[in-house]
Design a protein around this ligand. Structure first.
Ligand SMILES: N[C@@H](CCC(=O)N[C@@H](CS)C(=O)NCC(=O)O)C(=O)O
Length: 203
């Protein structure tokens, strides 16, 4: 299998952590990919018209996207427990993950608004609205001990990716001070080789 990948992508990090946890990492070839809004990439568009990474390309050529569906696939073939199979816990974990992925989307939009949008056309209110979504999402998880102290599932993996991305792209945002329980959670998660090795490169 091939995974389109960038070490800076929190979505790709999620898949990498899941693959390591499931013992599938050696079955995946990481293919460096570079995508950005406003830039044509005809070759990548053939893989996915959305032009987003990560994408998993199976050995038979089938393509799986997006990051959640890739983890779901890996969890299935790896016989894992990253996503509970049934019952109320399944829907709680999936919903937590949806919230977390939305936070990542908003953080990425903030990054694009500041870094990619042409000079002079920044929409500050839109940027701040998206930042507040991510920030309020962190507040929600700060107050959810059952998530922070639960098992290392897709929700915890996603949260790891949010916090690592906050360190990487928003180093001055002050999340550690504002959310000490999230800080403790991330410090503990970093003891896992999958989390440590996948941490984003220095900005
Ligand atoms: N919902 C997607 C989001 C993936 C995503 O936004 N990836 C970013 C890289 S971190 C991307 O490809 N951005 C390129 C673009 O938006 O043009 C997922 O979970 O995989």
């Amino acid at each position: 299998m091939k995974l389109t990948f960038s070490p800076a992508s929190p979505f790709a990090r999620k898949v990498r952590i899941a693959a390591i946890e499931l013992g599938l990492i050696d079955k995946i070839e990481f293919v460096p990919a570079s995508v950005a809004p406003g830039q044509a990439n005809d070759e990548y568009s053939k893989i996915t018209p959305l032009k987003k990474l990560p994408v998993l390309i199976l050995n038979n050529g089938d393509v799986i996207l997006d990051s959640y569906v890739i983890v779901e696939y890996l969890n299935e073939i790896g016989g894992g427990a990253l996503i509970p199979g049934y019952g109320p816990r399944r829907w709680k974990v999936k919903t937590d993950h949806s919230l977390i992925n939305g936070m990542l989307d908003s953080m990425l939009l903030c990054r694009y608004e500041k870094m990619v949008r042409p000079q002079g056309s920044l929409w500050q209110a839109w940027h701040d609205d998206h930042w507040n979504r991510a920030w309020s999402g962190m507040a929600r998880f700060e107050n959810q001990p059952e998530v922070l102290n639960g098992s290392f599932d897709i929700a915890q993996i996603g949260l790891v990716c949010v916090l690592g991305y906050a360190d990487f792209r928003f180093a001055d945002c002050g999340w550690r001070k504002a959310y000490p329980k999230l800080d403790a959670f991330y410090q503990k998660a970093l003891e896992r080789p999958s989390v440590k090795i996948s941490a984003p490169p220095p900005a």
